[in-house]
Design a binder for this molecule. Sequence first.
Ligand code: HEC
Ligand code: HEC
Length: 233
Amino acid sequence: MTKKLAFWIFLVGTLSSAAIFLWLTWDTHRQVNALAHVENLSPQVVAGKRIFEKYNCNDCHTILGFGGYYAPDLTKVVRRLGPAGVRMRVNSPEKIFADSFRKMPRQGVTAEELDQLVAFLTWVGNIDNGDWPPQDSRVRLTRGEQRLVAQVGISAGAAVFQAAGCMNCHSLNGVGGAVGPALDTIGRELSPAEIKQFVHNPHGIDPTSPMPPQTQLTDTELDEVANFLAGLK
Ligand code: HEC
Ligand code: HEC
């Protein structure tokens, strides 16, 4: 290769890479408003971002990959755990993570601040980020939940049941919360279709039901969890 050819390869390579980089940067900025759904940036969402900063959640957690790498990424946390699951963890981390080697402090977040935090995390979760960073949409179980999986067996539905935060309120084999009824024998009372309908919209079946609608679940996840529960007899 002559020196002249090397020079031209360098020049054309650098300029074309720079042009592609600039074009992609411009293209991202052009789409940012639509991808981030800026129309949903309510005052509550903005207040939630301030609360996130006030308590330095970012010291340990990341959002869209930015922040501390000590604790799980929170980009899709509302999708993963549901609003009730997030509330539960912020209010009583010492209980939920009692079995974990990592610790999260209880910081005395007030009820109003928690509403704002959940609104903020919900908005963040709806950013169309092309599932990046990819690890944050994986189902993550605490040790107590892993023990439960070992007891009841591993299935897609069991994983949804634990990851969606159902255990904040319901128990299986004596493990879980006591806000709602234990579901050990729910398959004797309800069919998969009835369970699916109820979980998706409890108030459609019973307008006074204290169970919050589990709107974070996809149709497939609803089917999986309903089939799992209907099998418990
Ligand atoms: C000192 C570090 C630290 C701070 C500060 C902190 N957390 Fe955490 N958080 C953790 C750790 C560690 C875990 C995971 C524990 C485990 O699963 O082992 C966690 C877990 C969570 C989870 C569950 C995530 C999941 O995917 O299961 C949520 C939600 C959460 N934190 C929210 C918050 C919020 C909101 C704040 C700020 C008010 C906050 N955290 C501040 C350390 C922290
Ligand atoms: C914040 C607490 C809470 C969460 C989270 C929760 N539930 Fe419930 N659930 C309840 C309460 C309370 C009831 C009793 C409601 C009633 O009888 O109307 C209930 C009732 C039920 C029932 C009907 C039980 C029966 O005997 O008729 C099913 C099935 C059920 N929940 C499944 C789920 C699943 C699956 C999830 C997770 C995706 C979930 N629940 C999350 C509180 C909760």
